[in-house]
Design a protein around this ligand. Structure first.
Ligand SMILES: *[C@@H]1O[C@H](CO)[C@@H](O)[C@H](O)[C@H]1NC(C)=O
Ligand SMILES: *[C@@H]1O[C@H](CO)[C@@H](O)[C@H](O)[C@H]1NC(C)=O
Ligand SMILES: *[C@@H]1O[C@H](CO)[C@@H](O)[C@H](O)[C@H]1NC(C)=O
Ligand SMILES: *[C@@H]1O[C@H](CO)[C@@H](O)[C@H](O)[C@H]1NC(C)=O
Ligand SMILES: *[C@@H]1O[C@H](CO)[C@@H](O)[C@H](O)[C@H]1NC(C)=O
Ligand SMILES: *[C@@H]1O[C@H](CO)[C@@H](O)[C@H](O)[C@H]1NC(C)=O
Ligand SMILES: *[C@@H]1O[C@H](CO)[C@@H](O)[C@H](O)[C@H]1NC(C)=O
Ligand SMILES: *[C@@H]1O[C@H](CO)[C@@H](O)[C@H](O)[C@H]1NC(C)=O
Length: 412
């Protein structure tokens, strides 16, 4: 009971966060945070023919996405993003979820496009004019479910894998099939399916010269003893409820149980299409769920104990060990920082609001890797977690200082 409630609360928390963003944007100009200046509203598109394919959200409503067409030399370049928002692994939790925008397209509003989705050329020079698709996550099973049976009592549908395919069918017709370059990306719970479907996405685009994938903040490791192997418990229940096993690579499920194949570390080796992994070694969601609830709160106030710091070092070492080795960064690029944040492509991307590793930004590192200019495999040397909001405040302080310096009298 406790866990169900927890999961629901977490979903609610994400929901509230998205509401908070929307509220900020629609409030008066002075209250708008600078990185949201460039944010714009994109209404939802309901996927046609999805219901007839049985590709539906938890509540049986059709899936949806938000689409902004590309322009200029970006007109044939596509960003296809799978959104995140945890998982539901019990009937009760999924039922709760089906009454939210994470389980029903009837409850989805428009979405704010920002960060990598920004159309501001100076702030988002590499991606501003791409076609951009933000696929809403309404199945609760990380786009992996495929259960034919619908319990007449709950009317819940576990059909995430069908949703992914139905959306792809529609996007191909919308112009994706003539793309020159395409990226399948996903954040948080959307990160795993972006890896899982990477090779399938490649096969859908036989005439596209450049097809790559990215997992943003969804590289959750199997943090065993002394950490809490929560994700194993979670994935075991999830693959059972959603019937996810058949969506997972057979090369993996023939060697280990399906829940273990849900861990990117066990699955990444089977992805043949170039894949980029962006994450913090101290991802806010992961350390809260895998080390201890609230462990991240000391980071912002710089008063973590020696024991906590030791735990952090151990966790980071496990995290780095779970990554693909740097032997072929063209096929497996990585950008791992030490900032305590979660998910970057939307909210930690624009110049106002980006964290860097020795002045290298994720947007630059990723673009270089995507366009085959440099095969990034970068790991932040900073061993302990850094407060992302603290780093941002420091950046703002310096910027203000620089600005006020300009007004100082010059002594010639
Ligand atoms: C930067 O992003 C974080 C997380 O999304 C947000 O809380 C913060 O307000 C943003 N800061 C600025 C200056 O945009
Ligand atoms: C576009 O980005 C630049 C550089 O980051 C920034 O100065 C400018 O305010 C942004 N414009 C809008 C409309 O957000
Ligand atoms: C994670 O595991 C711990 C210990 O087994 C448990 O108390 C906690 O509720 C779990 N959290 C989630 C989110 O499942
Ligand atoms: C950490 O997890 C707990 C329980 O799941 C949740 O209530 C809390 O909001 C989370 N904190 C952060 C910073 O994510
Ligand atoms: C760390 O500092 C914060 C803010 O100053 C305070 O609320 C918290 O109690 C402190 N934690 C410890 C363990 O001292
Ligand atoms: C833990 O590490 C932080 C830096 O991340 C540091 O500020 C703090 O003093 C350390 N705590 C102890 C007890 O050494
Ligand atoms: C980062 O850039 C700043 C300003 O351009 C420079 O002062 C600093 O030395 C650079 N740091 C690194 C690690 O390259
Ligand atoms: C290419 O990436 C590597 C790290 O993977 C970095 O050390 C190097 O400076 C980069 N080169 C250029 C030209 O950006």
């Amino acid at each position: 009971m406790m866990m169900m409630a927890n999961t629901y609360l977490q979903v609610l928390y994400l929901f509230i966060c998205s509401l908070a963003i929307i509220n900020t944007v629609s409030s008066t100009k002075e209250n708008v945070t600078p990185y949201l200046d460039e944010a714009y509203h994109v209404s939802k598109t309901i996927v046609k023919n999805a219901v007839s394919k049985g590709a539906v959200c938890l509540d049986g409503s059709p899936p949806a996405y938000h689409f902004e067409p590309g322009f200029g030399d970006g007109a044939q370049t596509w960003l296809v993003q799978l959104s995140g928002g945890e998982w539901c692994r019990t009937v009760e939790a999924c039922l709760e979820r089906s009454k939210s925008e994470f389980g029903s397209s009837n409850l989805m509003n428009s979405w704010w496009f920002t960060g990598m989705f920004s159309k501001n050329q100076s702030g988002n020079p590499e991606f501003y004019n791409w076609n951009k698709v933000f696929i809403r996550y309404c199945d609760g099973g990380g786009f992996t479910g495929d259960v034919e049976y619908v319990d007449p009592a709950t009317k819940l549908h576990f059909r995430g894998a069908r949703i992914f395919k139905a959306v792809m069918d529609e996007l191909l017709e919308k112009g994706l099939k003539t793309a020159k370059s395409a990226l399948l990306s996903g954040s948080s719970a959307g990160g795993f399916p972006a890896m899982l479907y990477c090779d399938y996405f490649r096969t859908l685009l036989p005439n596209t010269p450049r097809v790559k994938c990215m997992n943003d903040a969804g590289y959750f490791i199997n943090a065993k003893e002394p950490f809490r192997a929560n994700f194993t418990e979670l994935y075991t229940a999830l693959v059972t409820l959603h019937g996810s096993a058949k969506a997972l690579p057979k090369e993996c499920t023939s060697k280990m149980s399906p829940e273990l194949c849900f861990f990117p570390e066990n699955m990444q080796q089977y992805v043949k299409t170039p894949l980029f992994i962006a994450s913090s070694a101290y991802d806010k969601y992961q350390i809260n769920n895998s080390i201890a609830v609230g462990i991240n709160t000391c980071i912002g106030s710089s008063n973590c104990t020696a024991t906590t710091n030791q735990t952090f070092l151990e966790f980071r070492s496990r995290f780095l060990n779970a990554l693909p080795k740097p032997t072929n960064p063209k096929l497996k690029g990585v950008f791992i920082d030490s900032f305590n944040h979660h998910s970057q492509v939307q909210f930690w991307w624009s110049p106002f609001n980006i964290t860097t590793i020795n002045n290298l930004t994720l947007s630059k590192a990723f673009a270089d890797w995507f366009y085959d200019r440099n095969y990034t495999y970068v790991i932040h040397e900073h061993e302990l977690p850094i407060s992302a909001l603290g780093a941002l405040a420091e950046k703002e302080r310096k910027a203000k200082l620089k600005k006020s310096m300009r007004h100082l009298p010059k002594f010639h």
